[in-house]
Design a protein around this ligand. Structure first.
Ligand code: NDP
Ligand code: GDR
Length: 360
């Protein structure tokens, strides 16, 4: 692998994507700086393995306290770091929670993006620093067309998506107004063993693991009909990097091109550990039950209910169907997927079975 002496700054470094991206860039020889929020408990579990004692010479990984709601620290950190590349991954990223915290979400996900762009402009770094904005398939919201591409119109359906719509357009505007290398990756859902515990895939792989290990009886979920285009976060951070290595600043859709219901994901997760699950009933009465368990390690009774619908997880406005068209990314970036959905489910299930076996 070719080595570089570039400097990258990552907001949201303590999150799923931040952790994988930091690892990827360190592997390429980058000096990596990350912005982390102060929290009352340590929140660096996903990146602890990358962190060397800062007192040791030649450490290429540095963390700075900061917050996207505070322009002054953003300006100060960018001035200190003088990054070649900024990856703006920091966000209040939970769609359902954004209905409870709409103003905060707008501040961080929308205006936070402006703070990064404006800091780069004010510091005179427009020719030096390339900026990646973490845009999202949630921008498409209410279905206008499928599959969704760079040309599909947006129709956001949550305070999160509306805030990200501002982030998308302000990035395009700064690119056009100031000739900055500022680009959007419109990423469809991507998951991994590092996925936050309250997103649906991780909630399922954790729940299934706890159920088969006898630690829980059921998983309570919301809309089982929702369809998502799920990929692996490791593949998606590779795309972020490729997008910033281009000569021309352009926006890209990153997706697998395959969509699957939440219900099907549940079946796949149970099947991974040898449990056949099916569903019966309609709407809030729908239940998932065990048809058969072929794994002698687990004692699951045939007919036992393992999934129930709880309306508390429904959203006031839902995004029913996402399916992305990654043609442009494949052709222009040469981006390739290493994980398909079965490989993703396998990776997540193996990690969660291991995690909860240790807790037993
Ligand atoms: P996570 O929720 O795992 O991580 C979000 C990161 O943002 C965390 O490091 C979090 O810090 C940080 N953060 C939250 N609020 C602030 C703030 N006020 N100031 C600074 N940092 C903050 O998200 P992902 O890693 O999954 O996603 C990365 C980005 O990509 C997000 O912007 C998300 O909206 C977007 N995205 C994600 C997709 C996905 O499927 N994963 C798809 C498309 C877009 P802390 O650890 O302290 O909470
Ligand atoms: P999403 O991801 O909203 O697509 O946003 P999430 O995993 O939260 O929901 C996906 C779909 O599953 C349905 N669902 C549930 N969701 C959660 N969280 N919990 C449940 O119990 C549950 N039951 C059913 C949801 O209604 C939804 O339809 C993610 C985030 O990472 C965003 O930051 C990112 O921009 C988008 O993906 C692309």
């Amino acid at each position: 692998m070719s080595q570089t002496n570039k400097i990258a700054l990552i907001t949201g470094i303590t999150g799923q994507d931040g952790a994988y991206l930091a690892e990827l860039l360190l592997g390429k020889g980058y000096e990596v700086h990350g912005i982390k929020r102060r929290s009352s408990l340590i929140n660096t579990q996903r990146i602890d393995h990358l962190y060397l004692d800062p007192h040791v010479d030649n450490s290429k990984f540095h963390l700075h306290y900061g917050d996207l709601s505070d322009s002054t620290n953003i300006i100060r950190i960018i001035q200190e770091v003088q990054p070649d590349e900024i990856y703006n991954l920091g966000a209040m990223s939970h769609v359902k929670v954004s209905f409870d915290e709409p103003e905060y979400t707008a501040q961080v996900d929308g205006i936070g993006t402006l703070r990064i762009l404006e800091a780069v402009r004010l510091l005179g770094l427009t020719k030096k620093t390339k900026i990646y904005q973490a845009s999202t398939s949630e921008l498409y919201g209410l279905v206008q067309e499928v599959p969704q591409s760079e040309r599909t119109p947006f129709y956001p359906r949550s305070p999160y998506a509306v805030a990200k719509l501002y982030g998308y357009w302000i990035t395009v505007n700064y690119r056009e107004a100031y000739d900055m290398f500022a680009v959007n990756g419109i990423l469809f859902n991507h998951e991994s063993p590092l996925r936050g515990e309250t997103f649906v895939t991780r909630k399922i792989t954790r729940g299934v693991s706890q159920i088969v290990l006898g630690q829980e009886k059921k998983i309570y979920l919301g809309n089982l009909d929702a369809k998502r285009d799920w990929g692996h976060a490791k593949d998606y951070v590779e795309a972020m990097w490729l997008i910033l290595q281009q000569e021309v600043a352009e926006d890209f859709v990153i997706a697998t091109g395959i969509t699957t219901t939440v219900r099907e994901f549940i079946k796949m997760a149970f099947a991974e550990v040898g449990v056949d699950v099916d569903f019966k009933g309609e709407g809030v009465e729908e239940k998932g039950y065990v048809v058969a368990c072929s794994n002698p390690a687990y004692q699951l009774e045939k007919g036992s209910i393992v999934v129930e619908v709880d309306p508390r997880y429904f959203r006031p406005t839902e995004v029913e169907l996402l399916i992305g068209d990654p043609t442009k990314a494949k052709e222009k970036l040469g981006w390739k997927l290493k994980y398909d959905l079965p490989a993703l489910v396998k990776d997540m299930m193996e990690a969660d079975i291991k995690l909860f076996s240790q807790k037993a």
